[in-house]
Write a protein that binds this ligand. Structure first.
Ligand code: FES
Length: 350
């Protein structure tokens, strides 16, 4: 199973009665302060649902933007030191712009509120290049997507890409109601072209949440299945997928697990020739930052993948929502913002 973060750090706690969710500002994947950030101009802002804005970003000089793969996200650097990540909704064929969709979250920690209330066409934003923690596998016999609320954003990029490739897909898209669902007209048009592949579920019309278990059971075993939505939806999706090859199951989370390591250890920075004590309950990232060592970060809760670091020796105690089971077992990667060590020493490629 591959797991990514979800573009939703502004997301409020999901409403347990609906698959819809507040806002998926993807966690921020901030690249190191190495000059890779982009300076992009907001070229358009369009409402695509009751509270969801599509934002289009272009380079200031018209130059092509760094490429990406379907499912990728970008991090926006917003005023007040905020860093927020949002999935790209355009397919990777588009090289002259990045498009994202941002829900105005009533429980916003600042990102979606700023975007809804202050951001306007012509504004210039600092943006980290695309990073993908939720990659799509092209060439599948079938790609089946389960999206809840703003979780449609990375899925839309995948669908657009699959359309370009001429490969089969199915979508099950749940939202609180029709008005809160984004990109409905585009999806309806795709359904008209080839009927039977777009399934909307509006809670208010159905009087219940989407019957995910039942729907997922009808997807062939050879398909690659994807889920992006609130935590409860992902839980049920995972429960529905136990019989599938785990490499065919892909999820992206809105939030971290809140779990933290409970044992102390020594972190060794191999390239820098330094080592530090990491107290129980403390993060590697915090210890390094306290000691003046810059660490790329954004969400700080194990969902964006920004702080991913290579492990050279030792066994990580993973607490993130980014790495797949296979990646965890390899003991070669760690998210330093939330994970710890099961061994006394952990040697990192820093
Ligand atoms: Fe987002 Fe660590 S900063 S996973």
């Amino acid at each position: 199973m591959s797991e990514g973060f979800n573009m939703g750090f502004d997301a409020a706690a999901p409403d347990p009665e609906t698959w819809d969710t507040a806002a998926p500002a993807a966690a921020s994947h901030a690249l190191p302060a190495d000059g890779q950030s982009l300076s992009l101009r907001v070229s358009a802002i369009t409402m695509v649902a009751e509270t969801i804005r599509a934002i289009e970003l272009v380079s200031r000089d018209g130059a092509p933007l760094p490429g990406f793969t379907a499912g990728a996200h970008i991090n926006l650097k917003l005023p007040g030191g905020l860093s927020r990540s949002y999935s790209l909704t355009n397919g990777p064929e588009t090289t002259d712009r990045y498009t994202i969709a941002v829900n105005r979250d009533v429980a916003s920690r600042g990102g979606s509120a700023y975007i809804a209330e202050k951001l306007k066409p012509g504004d210039v934003l600092t943006v980290d290049p695309p990073h993908n923690t939720f990659p799509m596998v092209a060439g599948a016999e079938l790609s089946a997507f389960f999206a809840g609320g703003i979780g449609i954003t990375p899925v839309l990029a995948m669908i657009r890409h699959l359309e370009r490739l001429g490969q089969p897909w199915k979508l099950f898209y749940a939202a609180r109601n029709r008005a809160s669902a984004a990109f409905v007209a585009e999806l309806e048009a795709l359904e008209v072209q080839i009927p039977g592949r777009v399934h909307f579920h509006f809670d208010d019309e159905a009087g219940k949440v989407m019957p995910l278990l039942k729907l997922a059971a009808g997807i062939p075993k050879a398909a690659h299945v994807y889920c992006c939505g609130p935590g409860k939806m992902i839980e049920i999706f995972k429960a529905s997928a136990g019989w599938r090859p785990q490499d065919n199951v892909h999820v992206e989370h809105f939030a971290g697990t809140n779990a933290r390591p409970t044992t102390a250890f020594t972190v060794v920075l191999k390239r820098q020739g330094k080592e530090f004590h990491v107290p129980a309950g403390e993060s590697i990232m915090q210890v390094l930052m306290d000691n003046g060592i810059a660490v790329a970060h954004s969400c700080r809760e194990g969902v964006c993948g920004t702080c991913e670091t290579r492990v050279l020796e030792g066994v990580p105690d993973h607490k993130d929502n980014v790495l797949s089971p296979r990646e965890r077992e390899s003991n070669t990667l760690i998210m330093t913002c939330c994970s710890g060590a099961k061994t006394d020493r952990l040697v990192l490629d820093i």
